[in-house]
Design a protein around this ligand. Sequence first.
Ligand code: HAM
Length: 420
Amino acid sequence: MIDRLKGFRDFYPEDMEIRENIFSTMRERARVFGFRPIDYPSLELLEMFRLKSGDEILSQTYSFRDRGDREITLIPEATPSTVRMLVARKDLPRPVRWYNIPKLWRYEEPQSGRTREHVQMNADIFGDDSAVADADIIGLACSILNSLGLESRYEVRINERKIMEYILTESGSRNILSDMAVIDRFHKSDKEEIVSKLSANGMGSENAERMYDFLGRKYKINAIEEGIGEFFNFSDFREKIQRLERTGEILVDNGFRDVVFNPSTVRGLAYYTGIVFEGFDIQGKFRSIFGGGRYDNLSSLFSGIEIPAVGFGMGDAVLENLMRDLDLWKQKSKVRRYYIIGIGDAGNLAAVKMAFSLRDRGIQAVAHTGGKNLSNAMKTASNLNFTHAVMIGSKEIEEKNCTVRDLASGEQKNVNPDDI
Ligand code: HAM
């Protein structure tokens, strides 16, 4: 036996068919939201990620030197390649709405919801810095989850990096990025650790304690200002708060109700510049289902051209955990699958012919090839998960019909093959 690499997964058809349905739902929802598909290589120059991400992602790459001595990496996230493609095409009419469902590789410690290879749907809007674009991006993520039967089983926690930067600065922080990283670990660390780190970074213990209490709060989307006001008296960021409330209101007005303001949602990735958000299951059992935000500076970092951007990534692993937990990990509807059993030489030929003709009509059909024993052939049909067995012999050929048995109910009918 040869082992699989740690943190990697195999998928057999029973799961793969469900996964394909999920990916089609993602594509279909993206399409109705006006997104168009793109694709890019799985290997890129490491330099691109170094330029953009800082250490978090870099420490997780599967990278190597190729035969031409270039530093290459399997892509750990999709955003840099997407922006690379965007800035390479100056002719594109904006706003641009793109999506893709690539495989990504991160050398992380494998655990529930975290694998070393995962599939991540990405959707991004470029060239639109409106609150409506922010709402559309979050709305697409919610719409996918709702279509998968997860409505009211998740919540979206949103925040705005500029608001947090302001609050941190006013609270005495001397290193905003490092404090953001501390806050990003809010749910993974204990109070003492958070308070002492924030305090040491310039805030002092009283402010750090207050900040800790604030970080644990969640506020309704139309009550952000009052919420922040419970802790801080700063007023200069009203405009940012109003914009965030507007995004939230668009979502709530359009049926996506499970959106809250949560100060500890800041996101680890260094490039976010505005709204940030993460989707979590309502019971808090799993890691984030999706995450994203606004990153208006990345294209100018890559090319000097400024193009506002907002997007999200939604991985397959947490989604599967959550759907299994809620007993939603099953086929949506049973596709009809026909197993065609020929009786006698003429029947066998007719069975093959019938399989080809059903396939031309888009119906799944396979002709039985193993042995003449009818009851064994029937067993094979059930074992292979066919929904129907079709029997055809010389009598049926003469009468221009066939016998179709529903393998679940056992019901049997004589029908004209064209009527299947
Ligand atoms: P991220 O938060 O690193 O964001 O990942 C987004 C989602 O991908 C997570 O919420 C999770 O569902 C999934 N994910 C991430 N890492 C793993 C892993 N090791 N195993 C399984 N699932 C994982 C980004 O990657 C951003 N580039 C998203 C984005 C797109 N921002 C703007 N546009």
